[in-house]
Design a protein around this ligand. Structure first.
Ligand SMILES: Nc1ncnc2c1ncn2[C@@H]1O[C@H](COP(=O)(O)OP(=O)(O)O)[C@@H](O)[C@H]1O
Ligand SMILES: [Mg+2]
Length: 485
């Protein structure tokens, strides 16, 4: 970075010197041209450069011109024809290379009466131009030619160049060196300021990388580096949170494995025990006991089957492997069908079950199979926990945009302190209070919650001890127009 700074400074310094030299030169030339405006007209009036016949009067011209050049050696004087042909000139060492000079800049100069900054051909250096002074020689309104004075002659230029180079070298290099050193020192101080903060950032990032997850960059200012620090700190916080989430998930998973093994082990030991007994007592067992044992085995395998199915379902839902297949359907019809199916089971348990449709025939937008699963789980629970003579109502209400489904029972209710945990997997209130364990897996409500989550909706619960429980959720109405059924 310091090297780049130095390079930049050298480049800028050189550019500065060149630009200054160039504009100083222009300034000098323009001043020179303005100040020397009178020279050419003066020559025309003092010397008559042309004879009556239109030829150049060499005697007149040479005499005055030599004198003038002695006084001011920076001049070169040319006599031109009206077309720009060089008829005569006085210049040291006689080395001119052009026979013609362009009259265009001369005419322009004369039109502006010399109040213009313009340069014309230099007869000694074809292709180069120099500032000049010029005047027209006129006879009876006819242009005989021009007096053309180059203001900085080659001699003058070589001397000026030498002095200029010396001067420029001395002053320029001194100023340049001084500026360079001063700016470089300032630059270094500036760099130190920036890198000091950068070092802070680098150190913190290193610490973070090495595992110090609490490492944060102190933010004191409001500049870009502070923005960077804030962004890093935010990122660190996010990473930390994700790591913690992963940890809790890991813990949950361990807990789950422990619970699953426990839950699987119980029915398996039961099955194992009874089958063993059946084998050992073969022949010595009453028909009644044999049937009893086999019933227990069957019940345990059912339980195992349910547990495995529900675990599988929940883990797929949690891994987001199940994508809802959203389509419009009549929720009221679904509710009526399900109530119909559960009628027999309810009668066996002496419970009344009925539907209550308080909505028009709207379609909802959801996954049919998954919503049916939600209703099943909720009704299963209601049936399981509601005592004899109780009642279960599945109601459908509507709002402007949604249809709401509510499963209400007259069961024992859920203690208020349990409500926040009721949807966690494996949570069974019965383990702790009130309701006896009804052989549940504890996964039903966790599945319900997940299914509604992937439908972007939530399950609500209101419950009063000894009065009953009511679960509800709502689904969006389908925009598809309803045909009369
Ligand atoms: N309708 C209800 N009335 C009373 N308690 C309920 C009801 N529904 C759920 N619960 C309580 O919530 C717990 C979790 O329910 P769930 O996840 O379906 O598991 P499971 O039915 O296997 O016990 C149940 O064990 C029960 O204690
Ligand atoms: Mg259940």
């Amino acid at each position: 970075m310091s090297a780049i700074l130095l390079l930049l400074l050298v480049f800028l310094g050189l550019a500065y010197v060149v630009i200054t030299a160039y504009s100083a030169n222009l300034y000098f030339q323009e001043t020179n041209q303005r100040l020397s405006k009178e020279i050419a007209p003066h020559i025309v009036t003092e010397v008559s450069p042309f004879l009556q016949d239109g030829n150049v009067s060499e005697d007149n011209v040479h005499e005055i011109m030599v004198r003038m050049m002695t006084i001011n050696p920076s001049l070169e004087i040319y006599i031109l024809s009206s077309e720009g042909k060089i008829l005569d000139y006085v210049a040291p060492y006689k080395k001119i290379k052009l026979n013609f000079v362009s009259t265009k800049p001369i005419k322009e100069y004369l039109e502006n009466e010399g109040n213009i900054f313009i340069s014309g051909d230099d007869p000694r250096n074809p292709g180069k131009t120099k500032v000049f002074s010029a005047a027209e020689v006129n006879q009876d309104g006819k242009t005989l030619g021009y007096v053309y004075v180059i203001l900085a002659s080659e001699e003058y230029e070589s001397v000026a160049n030498m002095l200029y180079n010396n001067y420029m070298l001395k002053v320029g290099s001194q100023a340049f060196l001084f500026t360079l050193v001063a700016t470089f020192i300032l630059g270094l101080i500036f760099l130190w300021f920036i890198t000091r903060n950068l070092n802070n950032i680098i150190q913190t990032v290193k610490r973070f990388k090495q595992g110090d997850l609490q490492a944060r960059i102190p933010v004191k200012s409001k500049d870009e580096l502070a923005q960077l620090s804030i962004t890093f700190n935010d990122m660190a916080a996010t990473i930390l949170k994700q790591i913690e989430d992963l940890k809790t998930m890991g813990n949950l998973r361990r807990e789950l494995v422990a619970n699953v093994s426990h839950d699987l082990r119980t029915p398996i030991s039961v099955i194992h025990g009874y089958i063993e007994t059946l084998i050992i007592k073969e022949g010595n067992i009453t028909e009644e006991n044999r049937k009893k044992y086999l019933d227990i085995v069957l019940e345990s395998t059912d339980k195992l089957k349910n547990l495995v199915t529900e675990l599988f379902e929940l883990s797929k839902l949690e891994a987001r492997q199940i994508k809802p297949n959203i389509e419009p359907f009549f929720i009221a019809e679904m509710v009526q069908d399900i109530v119909q199916k559960y009628q027999l089971l309810a009668e066996e348990k002496k419970i009344k079950i009925k539907s209550e449709i308080l909505a028009d025939n709207s379609l909802v937008y959801a996954d049919i199979a998954l919503i049916e699963r939600v209703l099943q789980n909720l009704i299963d629970n209601a049936l399981k926990f509601t005592p004899e003579e109780g009642e279960i109502v599945i109601a459908v209400h509507q709002t402007e945009t949604n249809l709401e489904v509510r499963v209400k029972d007259t069961g024992p209710g859920i203690p208020e302190n349990q409500i926040p945990f009721i949807f966690d997997r494996y949570h069974k209130v019965s383990d702790e209070v009130v309701t006896p364990n009804k052989n549940g897996t504890g996964l039903g409500l966790a599945i319900v919650k997940k299914i509604l989550e992937i439908h972007n909706t939530t399950i609500h619960l209101s419950s009063k001890l000894n009065e009953g429980t009511s679960f509800s959720f709502s689904l969006p109405k389908s925009p598809v127009p309803v045909e009369t059924v």
